[in-house]
Structure formats: C-alpha cells, structure tokens
Design a protein around this ligand. Structure first.
Ligand code: GLY
Length: 372
C-alpha cells in the first residue's frame, strides 16, 4: 500500500470537503452544475436515493477528524429527512442508503436517541416490503410488485443493524432471505450479475431478467456488479454465512479481470460495444470499498489480491478523473447514472463516487467507521 499517497489524499479531502461544507451548509448535494451543487429542491427532491451520501461522507470525515463543521452539516440532512418519513409513500427499497448514512451513522457515533428512532422507523419500512412467498424485498413502487435489483444488497445492512439493536432476529432473517434470493436469481455462474429480475409475487418464480441501467438484458452493468460485490461481502460480515463471502469473491474475481482489461479505467458496462467508450467512476469506487471489505475476511496471501486491486482502482481514477480545485464542488468526475442516460448524469461528478472514494481512503488509513 502506498501510505504516503493515501495520507496525501486524506489531507486534500480535508481541505476540499471543508470548502464544500462552507458553501453547502443547508444543501443536499448530488451532481454539480457549472461546478457548484444545486439547491436540492432544484434537483431530485427529498426522496432521492443518493441524498444520504453527502452526510455519510461528512460523518466519515467527522469520525476521522472530529471537526464539528462536518458533524453539524451532516445533521442538517438527517433532520430534513423527517419530511420523507412523514410522506413515506415516496420511499422504497433505498431507505437503507438514506438512513444508514444519516441517523444510523449519527447514532453509532453519538448515541443520539432521535437518530435511533428514525433508524428503526426506516428499518421497519424496509422490512415491510418483504414478500414471504418469494422471499424477497421488492424494489421501487408502482406496479413493480415482483421486482428485485442487485443494488438492494446495499440496503439490507440496515436490517442487520436493526436486529442487533433490538435483539430481535426478524430483521436479519428478512435480510438474509432476500440475499439468498438475490444470489439465486441475479448472480450468474461466471460472477457477473443481472441488474433486475422480475419474480412472480405469488410464487417467487423468475419470469424475466430485463435490461436495467446497463447496456441491455444479459449485459454486465459495472455499478451493478459493484453493488453485488460489496453487498455480499457486507452480508457475510453481518451473518458469517460463507455462501455470501463466496459470492462476493466470485463477483470480485470477475470484476477485477474486467477492470484490468481496460487498464483499471472503469467503463459503464463490461458487455457493451467497444465504441463509444463511456466511463463510470462510481463502479470503481464502490468496488474498491468492497474489495477492501473482502480483504478483512481472507488470509494474508489472498489479502494482497484484493487490496492491490482496490489501490489500482483508487489511484487510476484519482489520477485521471479527480478535481481538487477548492472553488468547485465534486471531486471524482466521470460518474454515469446509466448506460443510455441523458447528458446531465453521464460522465459527471456524482456524490456517491466521492462518498465511496472517501470511505476507501479512510479504510486504508484505519480511520473509517462502519456505516453499513
Ligand atoms: N441504486 C441506483 C443506482 O445505482 O443507480
């Protein structure tokens, strides 16, 4: 590990994120427009799934530095989220992403009772989406009664947290059953993953695996692979079921081979046409965190494989796509929402690339805390 490089990045993160906080004390950042984050009302609104990443990144920085600016700015988003809990029909499976990074993080670091209450509320909303016939947590709303998506592997850690916190196994059982169903229907034998499976909400049979945010049905959306890699590693951490670690490793080996194929520059879909080349830095940053998580659960020799791959992704993306100018918002550029998306979320800085970059750097420095 190049500790000097990592330490240097930590210093840059402190400087840049302090400047961003000063400009965005009452904002919930997503994608900067002309170098500045927009007011949240102008972008995606309070129910938007990425709204937790800004406070999550600030809680990580608060834990590492004890700088009160980071804590106070993170608390602002958590209080705003009460409007989302009240109007809960706008919420869906992504309550994990939203409340793990706000109130669970706050509760873990400060023991705040309001944060605990909000976190349990969000956990109950997620558990309430469970379909016992098909053993899955349904994704999204409207008529998608039988949809599951690979992304949801990152939401179920709030259920593992809730079981531990309440000493009630129900939440963990729901999380584990959903993870087994995801393993059956979304992880392919070669380690690649479908984004979506449509299951019968009555029998749980798999009806189809349509295209999602990747190139096409049957392709290999790199962020989806990364959600699977990190999500299964986290399920192993919380349950000790080795099936989950094996799944995380299988996806990791597939992902490492594909990133290496393109000199560690992350493309949006590993099974898309060679041209045009479209990048998605978020996939690399999420994978780096997942690889570092796996490295905690293997022996010394294997550890090198995962930590070296994580460092390759971090250094390559930082060198090619990072913006350290403190006058502009956003650090890691070239994030992409979906393969066929519009220009506003294609190859742009997206808040969760910065979150996972920060988490990975702090993991290496052993200055992180478990948000998941
Ligand atoms: N969870 C939605 C996405 O990865 O875009």
């Amino acid at each position: 590990m190049d500790k000097i490089w990592v330490q240097g990045i930590f210093e840059k993160l402190k400087t840049k994120l302090t400047a961003e906080c000063e400009r965005n004390k009452t904002n919930i950042p997503y994608i900067p427009v002309n170098g500045r984050y927009e007011n949240m009302e102008k972008s995606e609104g309070i129910f938007w799934w990425t709204n937790g990443f800004w406070p999550g990144m600030l809680w990580q920085m608060y834990n590492a530095t004890k700088d009160e600016l980071f804590r106070k700015t993170a608390e602002y988003t958590e209080v705003q989220f009460d409007k989302a809990l009240e109007g809960f029909e706008g919420l869906h499976h992504d309550v994990g992403f939203m409340w793990l990074h706000t109130s669970v993080a706050n509760y873990r670091l400060t023991g705040n009772d309001d944060s605990r209450r909000r976190s349990l509320h969000a956990s109950n909303l997620l558990a309430g989406r469970y379909n016992p016939a098909g053993k899955f947590i349904r994704a999204w709303n409207m008529d998608r009664t039988g949809w599951i998506i690979i992304d949801c592997m990152m939401n179920i850690p709030i259920l593992y947290w809730a079981s531990k916190e309440t000493d009630d196994p129900r939440f963990k059982i729901v999380g584990m059953e959903h993870a087994y169903t995801t393993l059956n229907h979304l992880v392919r034998s070669d380690g690649s993953c479908n984004h979506i499976a449509v299951l019968s909400p009555i029998t749980g049979d798999c009806l189809e695996t349509p295209a999602g945010q990747g190139f096409a049905s049957g392709s290999s959306w790199s962020r989806g692979q990364s959600w699977g890699l990190y999500g299964f590693a986290l399920s192993y951490r919380h349950t000790n079921d080795v099936k989950f670690l094996d799944a995380a490793k299988r996806i990791a080996h597939y992902v490492i081979a594909n990133f290496a194929q393109n000199d560690w520059l992350p493309i949006v879909d590993f099974r898309s046409p060679a041209e045009p080349v479209k990048y998605d830095s978020t996939a690399a940053m999420i994978s780096a965190c997942g690889l570092l998580e796996i490295s905690n659960h293997v022996g010394e020799y294997e550890k090198k494989l995962y930590t070296n791959a994580a460092l390759k992704l971090l250094t390559t993306v930082e060198k090619n796509f990072a913006d350290w100018n403190i006058e502009t918002d956003g650090i890691i550029g070239k994030g992409t929402g979906s393969y066929h998306g519009k220009p506003h979320d294609t190859e742009v800085p997206i808040i969760y690339a910065d979150y996972f970059f920060t988490e990975a750097i702090l993991r290496i420095l052993e200055k992180d805390f478990l948000i998941w």
